[in-house]
Write a protein that binds this ligand. Structure first.
Ligand code: GSH
Length: 202
Protein backbone atom coordinates (compact mmCIF):
# COMPACT_ATOMS: atom_id res chain seq x y z
CA UNK A 1 0.00 0.00 0.00
CA UNK A 2 1.30 3.42 -0.90
CA UNK A 3 0.17 6.85 0.23
CA UNK A 4 0.98 9.68 -2.14
CA UNK A 5 1.08 13.33 -1.12
CA UNK A 6 2.85 15.70 1.23
CA UNK A 7 1.98 15.91 4.91
CA UNK A 8 1.27 19.60 4.45
CA UNK A 9 -2.13 18.36 3.26
CA UNK A 10 -4.17 17.65 6.41
CA UNK A 11 -6.07 15.01 4.44
CA UNK A 12 -2.85 13.14 3.65
CA UNK A 13 -1.71 13.46 7.26
CA UNK A 14 -5.08 12.13 8.42
CA UNK A 15 -4.64 8.97 6.36
CA UNK A 16 -1.02 8.53 7.47
CA UNK A 17 -1.83 8.92 11.16
CA UNK A 18 -4.96 6.75 10.90
CA UNK A 19 -2.89 3.97 9.30
CA UNK A 20 -0.43 4.16 12.20
CA UNK A 21 -3.20 4.00 14.79
CA UNK A 22 -4.56 0.98 12.93
CA UNK A 23 -1.11 -0.65 12.92
CA UNK A 24 -0.89 -0.81 9.12
CA UNK A 25 2.44 -0.34 7.35
CA UNK A 26 2.48 1.64 4.10
CA UNK A 27 4.93 3.21 1.68
CA UNK A 28 4.88 6.98 1.42
CA UNK A 29 5.72 8.97 -1.71
CA UNK A 30 5.97 12.75 -1.65
CA UNK A 31 4.54 14.17 -4.86
CA UNK A 32 2.97 17.60 -5.25
CA UNK A 33 -0.35 18.11 -7.02
CA UNK A 34 1.00 21.47 -8.18
CA UNK A 35 4.76 21.08 -8.82
CA UNK A 36 4.53 17.44 -10.03
CA UNK A 37 1.19 17.73 -11.84
CA UNK A 38 2.14 15.66 -14.91
CA UNK A 39 3.86 12.89 -12.92
CA UNK A 40 0.90 12.84 -10.54
CA UNK A 41 -1.57 12.71 -13.40
CA UNK A 42 0.17 9.66 -14.84
CA UNK A 43 -0.52 7.83 -11.58
CA UNK A 44 -3.97 9.24 -10.90
CA UNK A 45 -5.86 11.31 -13.50
CA UNK A 46 -7.85 12.87 -10.65
CA UNK A 47 -4.65 14.60 -9.39
CA UNK A 48 -5.95 14.64 -5.82
CA UNK A 49 -4.22 14.11 -2.51
CA UNK A 50 -4.39 11.90 -0.67
CA UNK A 51 -3.97 9.32 -3.42
CA UNK A 52 -3.76 5.78 -2.10
CA UNK A 53 -2.48 2.84 -4.14
CA UNK A 54 -3.77 -0.50 -2.87
CA UNK A 55 -1.67 -3.66 -3.11
CA UNK A 56 -3.66 -4.79 -6.18
CA UNK A 57 -2.94 -1.48 -7.92
CA UNK A 58 -6.39 0.06 -7.48
CA UNK A 59 -6.37 3.74 -6.63
CA UNK A 60 -8.40 5.39 -3.90
CA UNK A 61 -8.98 9.06 -3.12
CA UNK A 62 -10.62 10.95 -0.26
CA UNK A 63 -9.28 10.59 3.28
CA UNK A 64 -12.58 9.29 4.64
CA UNK A 65 -12.96 6.62 1.94
CA UNK A 66 -9.32 5.59 2.34
CA UNK A 67 -9.78 5.33 6.10
CA UNK A 68 -12.86 3.15 5.60
CA UNK A 69 -10.69 0.87 3.44
CA UNK A 70 -7.84 0.87 5.98
CA UNK A 71 -10.24 -0.09 8.75
CA UNK A 72 -11.51 -3.01 6.67
CA UNK A 73 -7.92 -4.20 6.11
CA UNK A 74 -7.04 -3.80 9.79
CA UNK A 75 -10.25 -5.42 10.96
CA UNK A 76 -10.77 -2.74 13.54
CA UNK A 77 -12.27 0.72 13.75
CA UNK A 78 -11.20 4.07 15.17
CA UNK A 79 -14.85 5.06 15.61
CA UNK A 80 -17.09 4.63 18.66
CA UNK A 81 -19.41 1.70 18.04
CA UNK A 82 -22.51 2.83 19.91
CA UNK A 83 -24.80 5.84 19.79
CA UNK A 84 -24.82 8.63 20.77
CA UNK A 85 -20.99 8.62 20.70
CA UNK A 86 -20.91 7.39 17.10
CA UNK A 87 -23.07 10.29 15.88
CA UNK A 88 -21.10 12.78 17.97
CA UNK A 89 -17.85 11.50 16.46
CA UNK A 90 -19.27 11.93 12.95
CA UNK A 91 -20.35 15.46 13.88
CA UNK A 92 -16.88 16.43 15.12
CA UNK A 93 -15.15 14.82 12.15
CA UNK A 94 -17.50 16.73 9.82
CA UNK A 95 -16.65 20.07 11.44
CA UNK A 96 -12.92 19.28 11.36
CA UNK A 97 -13.03 18.31 7.67
CA UNK A 98 -14.85 21.56 6.86
CA UNK A 99 -12.16 23.52 8.75
CA UNK A 100 -9.49 21.79 6.63
CA UNK A 101 -11.45 22.31 3.42
CA UNK A 102 -12.15 26.00 4.03
CA UNK A 103 -8.54 26.66 5.02
CA UNK A 104 -7.38 24.90 1.84
CA UNK A 105 -9.83 26.96 -0.24
CA UNK A 106 -8.50 30.14 1.37
CA UNK A 107 -4.99 29.10 0.33
CA UNK A 108 -6.14 28.49 -3.25
CA UNK A 109 -8.04 31.78 -3.35
CA UNK A 110 -5.17 33.86 -2.00
CA UNK A 111 -2.10 32.00 -3.31
CA UNK A 112 -3.16 30.36 -6.59
CA UNK A 113 -5.20 33.25 -7.96
CA UNK A 114 -3.56 36.52 -8.96
CA UNK A 115 -4.52 39.27 -6.52
CA UNK A 116 -6.50 41.08 -9.21
CA UNK A 117 -8.77 38.03 -9.63
CA UNK A 118 -9.46 37.52 -5.94
CA UNK A 119 -13.01 38.05 -4.75
CA UNK A 120 -13.27 39.50 -1.25
CA UNK A 121 -16.88 38.41 -0.59
CA UNK A 122 -15.83 34.82 -1.31
CA UNK A 123 -12.83 35.16 1.03
CA UNK A 124 -15.12 36.59 3.73
CA UNK A 125 -17.49 33.66 3.28
CA UNK A 126 -14.67 31.13 3.60
CA UNK A 127 -13.37 32.86 6.74
CA UNK A 128 -16.85 32.79 8.30
CA UNK A 129 -17.20 29.09 7.54
CA UNK A 130 -13.71 28.42 8.91
CA UNK A 131 -14.43 30.18 12.19
CA UNK A 132 -17.79 28.37 12.41
CA UNK A 133 -16.02 25.02 12.08
CA UNK A 134 -13.31 25.95 14.58
CA UNK A 135 -15.99 27.09 17.04
CA UNK A 136 -17.71 23.69 16.85
CA UNK A 137 -14.37 21.91 17.30
CA UNK A 138 -13.46 24.10 20.28
CA UNK A 139 -16.75 23.33 21.99
CA UNK A 140 -16.27 19.62 21.32
CA UNK A 141 -12.80 19.36 22.87
CA UNK A 142 -13.68 21.41 25.98
CA UNK A 143 -10.50 22.36 27.83
CA UNK A 144 -8.54 19.92 25.67
CA UNK A 145 -7.28 17.86 28.59
CA UNK A 146 -9.03 14.60 27.66
CA UNK A 147 -9.63 12.57 24.51
CA UNK A 148 -13.16 12.74 23.21
CA UNK A 149 -14.34 9.21 23.94
CA UNK A 150 -12.34 7.78 26.82
CA UNK A 151 -8.70 6.74 27.01
CA UNK A 152 -8.17 5.75 23.39
CA UNK A 153 -7.42 8.21 20.60
CA UNK A 154 -10.02 7.74 17.87
CA UNK A 155 -10.82 9.13 14.44
CA UNK A 156 -12.60 12.20 15.83
CA UNK A 157 -9.63 13.03 18.07
CA UNK A 158 -7.02 12.71 15.38
CA UNK A 159 -9.06 14.56 12.75
CA UNK A 160 -9.76 17.50 15.08
CA UNK A 161 -6.12 17.68 16.16
CA UNK A 162 -4.82 17.50 12.58
CA UNK A 163 -7.36 20.11 11.46
CA UNK A 164 -6.37 22.62 14.12
CA UNK A 165 -2.63 22.09 13.55
CA UNK A 166 -3.06 22.63 9.81
CA UNK A 167 -5.07 25.82 10.23
CA UNK A 168 -2.53 27.17 12.73
CA UNK A 169 0.36 26.28 10.45
CA UNK A 170 -1.21 27.69 7.30
CA UNK A 171 -3.06 30.77 8.62
CA UNK A 172 -2.57 31.59 12.29
CA UNK A 173 -3.68 35.15 11.44
CA UNK A 174 -7.15 33.81 10.57
CA UNK A 175 -7.48 31.64 13.69
CA UNK A 176 -6.16 33.40 16.77
CA UNK A 177 -4.89 30.75 19.20
CA UNK A 178 -6.13 32.87 22.15
CA UNK A 179 -9.69 32.27 20.94
CA UNK A 180 -9.26 28.48 20.92
CA UNK A 181 -7.47 27.48 24.15
CA UNK A 182 -9.08 24.03 24.20
CA UNK A 183 -7.86 23.20 20.71
CA UNK A 184 -4.39 24.51 21.52
CA UNK A 185 -4.13 22.14 24.48
CA UNK A 186 -5.77 19.23 22.64
CA UNK A 187 -3.47 19.61 19.62
CA UNK A 188 -0.34 19.96 21.78
CA UNK A 189 -1.17 16.67 23.51
CA UNK A 190 -1.89 14.92 20.21
CA UNK A 191 1.28 16.17 18.52
CA UNK A 192 3.37 14.46 21.24
CA UNK A 193 1.96 11.02 20.39
CA UNK A 194 4.28 8.67 18.46
CA UNK A 195 1.78 8.38 15.59
CA UNK A 196 1.77 12.16 15.12
CA UNK A 197 5.52 12.61 15.61
CA UNK A 198 6.11 9.99 12.87
CA UNK A 199 4.04 12.11 10.42
CA UNK A 200 5.33 15.66 10.79
CA UNK A 201 3.55 18.41 8.93
CA UNK A 202 5.98 18.99 6.02
N1 GSH B 1 -12.45 15.46 0.89
C1 GSH B 1 -11.10 15.20 0.46
C2 GSH B 1 -10.35 16.51 0.28
C3 GSH B 1 -8.98 16.32 -0.33
C4 GSH B 1 -8.44 17.61 -0.92
O1 GSH B 1 -9.19 18.54 -1.20
N2 GSH B 1 -7.14 17.65 -1.17
C5 GSH B 1 -6.57 18.83 -1.75
C6 GSH B 1 -5.19 19.12 -1.17
S1 GSH B 1 -5.22 19.52 0.53
C7 GSH B 1 -6.43 18.61 -3.26
O2 GSH B 1 -6.28 17.49 -3.72
N3 GSH B 1 -6.48 19.70 -4.01
C8 GSH B 1 -6.34 19.69 -5.42
C9 GSH B 1 -7.65 19.75 -6.13
O3 GSH B 1 -8.72 19.73 -5.49
O4 GSH B 1 -7.61 19.83 -7.35
C10 GSH B 1 -10.41 14.28 1.46
O5 GSH B 1 -10.91 14.12 2.59
O6 GSH B 1 -9.38 13.67 1.11
Amino acid sequence: MELIGYMDSPFVRRVAISARFLGLPYEHRELSIFRDFDEFRAINPLVKVPTFVCDDGQILVDSTLITVYLESVAGKSLMPTTEPDYIRALNIIGASLVAMEKAAQLIYETKQRPESAQHQPWIDRLETQLSGALGLMERAVGDGSAWLFGDEVGQADLTAAIGWRFVQHAMSDRANADDYPGLVEFSARAEKLDEFVACPLS
